[in-house]
Design a protein around this ligand. Structure first.
Ligand SMILES: [Zn+2]
Length: 499
């Protein structure tokens, strides 16, 4: 009988690994044996591959077929390897010439009728294949545009297993020639929303600008246009670097949402409070990043934050501290990037009665207390209020973005020899040792610590914001006014126990 080998790609988190797939056909009982993967995870795959082959007009080989995947990387079988396994089986059985599948990567999930279904994560998978020196990739037709974004990839889109078998037999599997040279995600899809549309709310607008300039998290307190403000934050942030845009595109590809990737504009991710922790943080079993990772390098907005469940609110602390989501399960840990600017907003109380609110002070306190772990990590707070559309138009995003960029350039210049790019990223120790503020500024902030207004952790956050205020003013280091400004932004104008 025969032997054949080909390749596919497996994903762990956002890291793609090229895998070898080997098939061997022996004259024995007809059956398909998948080696090296947990039995429970492969039996649906075995059924799919068998059905797809027999429904594609090819008789199931009258042989014992053994298929091995190596290295065994995923804890569960990934259906993206279906197509590679099917062609390996057919090549081992002599239906397809084995040499026609060796120099190629095959990606695609099989339907029982032999159709080839799209898979998630094609962008990082094809990148891994090209890095491994295999440029010829066979992908589901729906994923061809995504695959074609990888420089150097020669993409062959397919829709039916029967066609793939036929073309491999006759040596006519065609490369995709009408691929577009420019990468889709590199084209900026700038936000169509503008800060000029947000009525009033001067304090909140100023807080938004400070957060954009320094990368600080923001708490908007009250009943007002929080969503309008959050939606306009990506538009005043500097555009993503090519490297950051590539990371964002990989995550969106993995989530099956590359068509929604934001281009060079920092992404905005705004989950609803009814979403499950798996949807928010991601899932190991599904190898799918969560909503927080779709905010990587951009903005995560939690509207009506106290309405979210405690596992979500408290679970956000880890990505806020580390810039990553750690997921454990199926005997392994998966990490997804999640470094974002957080915007949370909260109404004063749980009811929606603006005028006839009868909530007790205790009910209000309990409502805000749901944010007890999260809010100490948020350096900038501001009140929001409903404001008449008639109030004079605010400054447009373009003008604010220009000031943000100038401040960011100042900070980047100062941080040139460090791993950090924004003030919000500077560790507390380095703030003390490498970036001293003016003595009067230090004195003011220390007195706030001594009077119990802020904790030692809070002090570091105040210092970072003071640096951003200095950058926005164009001065070399924070003076008394910058420290006082940071203290004001820390207090917000809200006395509902936000700290
Ligand atoms: Zn109320």
């Amino acid at each position: 009988m025969g032997y054949a080998s080909t390749r596919s790609v497996a994903l762990i988190g956002v890291t793609a690994h090229v895998v070898d797939i080997e098939a061997d056909a022996a004259p024995s009982d007809a059956g398909l044996h998948l080696v090296g993967l947990p039995e429970t995870s492969v039996w649906p795959a075995r059924a799919r591959i068998r059905a797809a082959i027999t429904n594609s007009g090819t008789a199931w080989p009258d042989a014992r077929i053994t298929v091995g995947v190596s290295p065994v990387i995923p804890p569960v079988y990934d259906a993206a390897a279906d197509l590679a396994l099917a062609v390996a089986v057919l090549a081992a059985a002599g239906v397809i010439p084995p040499e026609r599948i060796t120099g190629r990567v095959f990606l695609g999930e099989l339907a029982l009728d032999g159709g080839i279904r799209p898979v998630r994560g094609v962008l990082p998978m094809v990148q891994a294949a090209v890095r491994a020196g295999i440029s010829r990739v066979v992908v589901p037709a729906e994923c061809a545009r995504e695959a074609a974004q990888v420089p150097g990839a020669v993409v062959m889109p397919v829709t039916q297993l029967a066609d793939v078998v036929d073309q491999l037999r006759h040596g006519t599997l065609r490369d995709h020639h009408d691929q577009e040279p420019e990468s889709e995600f590199a084209l900026s899809s700038s936000f169509a929303v503008d800060l000029a549309d947000v009525p009033g709310n001067q304090a909140a607008r100023r807080a938004l600008e400070v957060c954009a300039a320094g990368g600080h998290h923001l708490f908007l307190s009250g009943d007002g246009p929080a969503t309008m403000l959050a939606e306009r934050l990506p538009g005043i942030l500097p555009p993503l670097t090519d490297e950051a845009a590539r990371q964002v595109a990989e995550i969106y590809s993995l989530a099956g949402r590359l068509h929604r990737a934001p281009g060079l504009t920092p992404p905005l991710s705004a989950p609803h409070h009814s979403q499950t922790p798996a949807a928010i943080f991601g899932s190991v079993a599904a190898n799918r990043p969560g909503v927080v990772s779709l905010a990587h390098r951009g903005v995560l907005h939690l509207a009506d934050a106290p309405e979210f469940t405690r596992p979500v609110l408290d679970g956000l602390c880890r990505p806020l501290d580390s810039g990553q989501v750690h997921l454990a399960g199926l005997g392994r840990t998966v990490r997804y990037p999640a470094r974002f600017t957080l915007v949370v907003d909260a109404r004063p109380c749980p009811c929606l009665e603006r005028r006839e609110c009868a909530c007790t002070p205790e009910a209000r306190r309990r409502y805000r207390a749901r944010l007890a772990l999260l809010l100490p990590r948020v350096a900038v707070r501001a009140p929001i209020e409903q404001s008449n559309r008639g109030t004079r138009a605010g400054e447009p995003s373009e003008a604010v973005a220009a000031r943000v960029l100038t401040a960011r350039v100042r900070a980047a210049h100062r941080l040139a020899d460090t791993p950090w790019r924004t003030n919000a990223e500077i560790p507390a120790l380095d703030l003390r040792t490498r970036f001293p503020v003016a003595p009067e500024a230090a004195e003011l902030l220390l007195s706030a610590v001594n009077t119990g207004l802020v904790t030692a952790d809070g002090l570091a956050r105040l210092l970072r914001v003071a640096w951003t205020l200095a950058d926005l003013r164009g001065v070399d280091r924070p003076q008394f006014d910058d420290a006082a400004g940071a203290l004001e932004l820390w207090k917000g104008a809200d006395d509902d126990g936000a700290r």
